[in-house]
Unconditional design. Structure first.
Length: 238
């Protein structure tokens, strides 16, 4: 792991920052290349463009978007660590962030599935139960739901998967979809989102960009895919 010295420009405290390592879909460890000697910048306003950085895998050459390295100083300042731009094949640097490449979901269901038998949804707990049954129907193994919803808001876990169920009356937000994806990224699993009230336009677009399957639950308990990754999941199974 690469380590660089970082000085907080607010309190002038020195830190030794270690680069975070993420797993490339090919399996190789991948880390953002830090720009040595460049000063860290305090974060005062967050945008999608600034919060993500292009990283190229040295093993397979794949370029994906990963969280921009950050450091929290004890003085309370959050610092963004400078990163070297990723060079394209022609030798130039990548201009701006690209949407993360689609990562195919695991395919283990080889046989036709029987018709899904949905449960009627009357409560928020019913919505979670319907999503759990649907994931089992898709072929995921060991689908479990916690007795008490954790702070991470992960409602369901299965082998290689986490899922969130939004049973509120407002459309699911972009932040909700991004947080689920980040939780899945940190756990090195896939993710699926279910919503009773649908999704905001930007949340739906982000689901497409991050390859998160998005489903809408109606009161009959039948999930309907609303984006490409969800349709792919329905057609291939888990």
């Amino acid at each position: 792991m690469e380590s660089v010295p970082v000085r907080c420009p607010v309190c002038h405290r020195d830190h030794a920052y270690i680069t975070p390592v993420y797993p490339c879909p090919c399996g190789a460890p991948t880390a953002p290349p830090l720009l040595r000697g460049a000063p860290a910048v305090p974060i005062t306003h967050r945008t999608w463009t600034d919060d993500w950085v292009s990283v190229r895998c040295h093993s397979c050459g794949r370029r994906d978007q990963w969280p921009h390295p950050e450091l929290c100083c004890p003085c309370g300042t959050v610092l963004r660590i400078p990163v070297r731009p990723v060079a394209t094949r022609g030798g130039t640097t990548a201009a701006g962030p690209a949407a993360p490449a689609h990562i195919p979901l695991p395919r283990t269901a080889a046989h036709p599935r029987p018709p899904f038998r949905p449960p009627v949804i009357r409560t928020a707990r019913d919505a979670v139960s319907a999503a759990a049954l649907y994931l089992t129907w898709l072929g995921y193994r060991d689908v479990v739901q916690p007795e008490v919803r954790p702070l991470s808001r992960i409602d369901l876990r299965a082998a290689g998967l986490i899922a969130q169920v939004d049973s509120t009356t407002r459309p699911t937000s972009l932040r909700d979809v991004e947080c689920l994806w980040l939780n899945a990224l940190n756990s090195e699993v896939s993710s699926v989102f279910f919503s009773l009230a649908g999704y905001s336009d930007d949340a739906r677009a982000r689901g497409d960009g991050l390859a998160v399957p998005l489903f809408v639950l109606d009161l009959t308990g039948t999930p309907q895919p609303v984006n490409g990754p969800a349709e792919e999941l329905v057609s291939t199974g888990a």
